[in-house]
Write a protein that binds this ligand. Structure first.
Ligand code: B3K
Ligand code: ZN
Length: 854
């Protein structure tokens, strides 16, 4: 069934109050009492239809009168009651089997607990309900369970009663004073350890902060706890937003389909985004934990207090909340490096999506399975749109506008227009032209051409934009594009921009239509640095010569543009290597040598500047990829850089302090080790070998990665064995091991099959499945891009689809890029995908496969 945005109708019923009585056990009984009334002004029909996804409903009562089974009917998706009065109480009794729930939506088992995941439609897998985000209600939940198996009983809000019962049972009653949509409902019953702290809020209240983790992990919560406090403080200081309940709980689950979930007052997290010590988690994990903790906390306002009218508005909460967590990370970890990491991720995940078969607008027009729309487009591109609005109106007007939006919409389900209108009003600027960014899929290409006339001494800069067609959107319109730019003389001196009607600041111009021209007097051709700080999510196509790119990489002070210019040089060098032309490679090496010769003030930045570009981004530079030639050129590029930078790399590689504040040194050491390992020296191998089992996980993972470049495959294999011997009992660390084992350059289909047969592989744990399948498709490209590789991967997806369609659909995407592969890969992959289409059952997988096959 296709859901369309323009079909929106307001709900026909209002739910005043929800009372849930849940007897938790292998067979869980949920009694729901819904106080309902007909919505005014909505065309009335006599009956009531509630969403009920694959439910076993035992009984239905209306105003406490049990209904005859002829008065209601139950399908795989709905509970229909033929006749209801205008105001009534509906009571349903539903039976659940959490241990059999492998989809991890609704109520399911994760290790020593049962927990929920309700966004987007998990609540109607628990009890019949109006499972849509614009139905807000107050919830009271009574949980009862065996006190020994489930000593911890949690739900949203505040605990108002609890105690023992007969027969070894106990109970707890939770009341959430805030009306909420059911996707924010959560409950947890389990045997978990509690780590508690408190936070003094800006209004003087002490908020209890409670983390619930597996027993034995209590010492791994410090970083997440500190991050939570930082996030709470930041939202108070930046936006005046103070936490609104007395307790904030975070539960760490072993089995979780995504990163985390912002349920009101009771976040449920993938344990990978909670648990960390320097011995067990990398610096990247530390950063990801603080970003996800902040993200879910920020949802308490952007998402929970103000939610979405319908799922087409998903980016209203997700794009905005990603932007907020990005700003938080910039403030805590430094804007320069953060911006590079954000753009790196956008280009690796979102740009290819925008250029592929599943391209969709940030506000989609239609979907079959909404879980397929939790994408980089909705999240990361959505955040870029919010960032452009922030850039155009400035931070003060943005803060005012956000507060205005939250005040106007508090307790309501809003639309993207509501948000843009509030910002427009606060800034006294009409931002509605930016709504086109939400409606149009595809990455705009921003072309820059220059003409300098040596006799008239006039320089003409001309920007034009073009967005290539995407599925279902053949014709594109021009979008407003904020362009931050800076002009320099050939010697690096900054020259002011000429006056322009659409200038928004000294270095900022808003491109409003198809083209923008700047004309100025200039004694030399000048060198423009464009998209400072990546001021818009576009692909820049500029007419720079190699020498000019070297010039920008040398002189530009904007770290993003410097890094971006090096990326462009990498791309040109890589393309040259595929054609046997080394001129761009030489320009790149010269630019990198210059970076390497500078004093290292910010090692993390130097590490980024010197890193090889990610494969996903480089791949996306080509209309059609010949995997073998692509990978050969990539390997050549890595070796050439290693040879050219050998001197400084050898200085940095040994510098690997293990204390927390030296993440940058570790990153640089790992980059250096990775390059040097390509040269195959014994001393480097010894250095890496020593780090494989050491006191710091960032260094261990960096060392294992470096060793994969060793010419003798027995060397990395032995290191992996030592690592596994040390960590085999630690699930999160073993996920890293599986990811390395599946994503190494030498891994083929047979090695993938062996990993799936590994005794510690588990189809029911998404982290483990992602570590193996996901890493194979993104890392083991040589092995993936073979017929056997495609087939082994598709077999994995088909199997997963029967257990966990949501995660299967996410992992499916590497198989959908065949239109941009050279032959024979294209035909082979298409054939495998066609066969897979006939095997999968879920709407999730079918929707994506159909998009790729049309
Ligand atoms: N809102 C959740 C994601 C839910 C995904 C459902 N398939 C996490 C987040 O974005 O914060
Ligand atoms: Zn989110």
């Amino acid at each position: 069934m296709i859901h369309r945005r323009t079909d929106y109708l307001p709900p026909a019923f209002i739910v005043e109050q929800v009372m849930l009585d849940v007897h938790v056990a292998a067979q869980t009984r949920v009694t729901a009492r819904l106080s309902m009334r007909r919505a005014p002004d909505v065309a009335a029909s006599p009956g009531l239809r509630l969403d009920a996804r694959a439910l076993t409903v035992q009984s239905v009562a209306l105003d406490d009168q049990v209904l005859d089974p002829r008065e209601w009917s139950l399908s795989e998706t709905e509970l229909c009651i033929s006749r209801v009065p205008d105001t009534f109480t509906l009571t349903t009794v539903t039976l659940l089997a959490p241990e059999a729930n492998t989809a991890l939506e609704g109520f399911y088992q994760s290790g020593p607990m049962f927990c929920t995941q309700c966004e987007a439609h998990g609540f109607s897998r628990i009890t019949p309900y109006l499972d849509r985000p614009d139905v807000l209600s107050k919830f009271t939940v009574r949980l009862q369970a065996d006190a020994r198996r489930f000593p911890v009983l949690l739900a949203n809000g505040n605990c108002i009663d609890k105690g023992p019962l007969g027969d070894g049972q106990h109970f707890a009653v939770w009341e959430d004073p805030f009306a909420k949509p059911c996707y924010l409902f959560a409950m947890v019953a389990g045997d978990l350890a509690r780590v508690a702290d408190s936070y003094r809020a800006a209004d003087g209240r002490d908020i209890a902060l409670e983390f619930y983790v597996d027993h034995g992990n209590e010492d791994r919560v410090d970083h997440a706890m500190a991050s939570l406090k930082d996030a709470m403080r930041w939202d108070e200081e930046r936006f005046g937003l103070v936490y609104d309940l007395d307790v904030y709980m975070v539960v760490a689950a072993r089995a979780f389909n995504m990163g985390a979930m912002e349920n009101k007052g009771l976040n449920i997290f993938n344990a990978a985004y909670v648990l960390a010590t320097p011995e067990t988690a990398t610096d990247e994990s530390y950063h990801a934990i603080s970003a996800v903790i902040a993200h879910e906390y920020f949802h308490n306002y952007t998402g929970n207090r103000v939610t979405c009218r319908d799922w087409f508005q998903l980016s209203l909460k997700e794009g905005l909340t990603v932007f907020r967590d990005q700003r938080f990370s910039e403030d805590h970890l430094g804007g320069a490096v953060q911006r590079i990491e954000q753009v790196r991720m956008l280009r690796a995940a979102q740009f290819p999506e925008d250029a592929g078969p599943t391209a969709h607008p940030v506000r989609p027009d239609a979907y079959q399975e909404v879980n397929n729309f939790y994408t980089a487009t909705i999240y990361e591109k959505g955040a870029e749109i919010v960032r452009m609005l922030h850039t155009v109106i400035g931070p003060d007007a943005f803060a005012k506008g956000l507060r205005r939006y939250l005040a106007e919409q508090d307790g309501k389900a809003a639309t993207i227009e509501d948000f843009v209108d509030a910002l427009s009003a606060a800034a006294s600027t009409d931002l509605t032209p930016f709504l086109a960014w939400y409606a149009q899929a595809g990455t705009p290409q921003l072309r820059l051409t220059r003409a300098w006339d040596a006799t008239t001494r006039k320089l003409l800069l001309r920007f034009t934009q073009h967005t290539p067609p995407t599925p279902g959107q053949p014709d594109k319109q021009a979008l407003p594009i904020p362009i931050r730019l800076r002009l320099r003389t050939q010697r690096g001196q900054v020259v002011p921009l000429p006056p322009h009607a659409d200038a928004l600041g000294d270095e900022l111009i808003l491109m409003r239509g198809e083209a923008l021209t700047l004309e100025l007097d200039a004694d030399d051709p000048l060198l423009p640095s464009v998209l400072l700080g990546f001021s818009a999510p576009v692909k820049l196509l500029a007419d720079y010569s190699l020498a000019e790119l070297q010039g920008i990489a040398a002189f530009e002070s904007d770290p993003f543009v410097r890094w971006d210019t090096l990326q462009t040089l990498h791309a040109r060098a890589h393309a040259g290597l595929m054609d046997g032309d080394r001129s761009a490679l030489h320009a790149l090496l010269a630019a990198l040598q210059r970076v390497a010769a500078e004093p290292v003030d910010m090692p993390m930045l130097t590490a980024h500047l010197l890193s090889l570009p990610g494969i996903a981004w480089l791949w996306d530079q080509y209309r059609e990829v010949h995997p073998q030639r692509f990978l050969d050129a990539y390997a050549q590029l890595g070796r050439a850089i290693a040879e050219a930078l050998c001197g400084p790399l050898s200085v940095w590689a040994p510098n690997a302090p293990i204390t927390a504040d030296h993440a940058g040194e570790r990153a640089l050491s790992n980059v250096a080790l990775g390059y040097l390992a390509r040269l195959g020296s014994d001393s480097v191998q010894r250095m890496a070998d020593e780090r494989v089992v050491g006191p710091n996980m960032s260094l261990s993972i960096g060392a294992l990665r470096a060793l994969t470049h060793h010419s003798d495959a027995a060397v990395p294999a032995a290191a992996m064995q030592r690592f596994a011997a040390r960590w085999h009992e630690d699930a999160l660390v073993m996920d890293r091991w599986f990811a390395l084992a599946a994503g190494g350059p030498q891994v083929d289909a047979a090695a993938l099959a062996a990993l799936i047969d590994h005794p510690q592989f588990d189809w029911r744990n998404p982290n483990r499945v992602r570590a193996v399948l996901g890493s194979f498709a993104s890392g083991a490209l040589q092995g993936f891009h073979t017929e056997a590789g495609y087939r082994a991967y598709a077999d994995g997806i088909a199997k997963l689809d029967t257990l966990n369609p949501q995660t299967a659909a996410r992992l499916l995407k590497p198989l959908l890029g065949f239109k941009r592969l050279a032959e024979p890969w294209a035909a082979t992959q298409r054939q495998v995908v066609t066969e897979l289409r006939a095997r999968v059952q879920s709407t999730d997988a079918r929707e994506l496969l159909d998009a790729a096959l049309t």
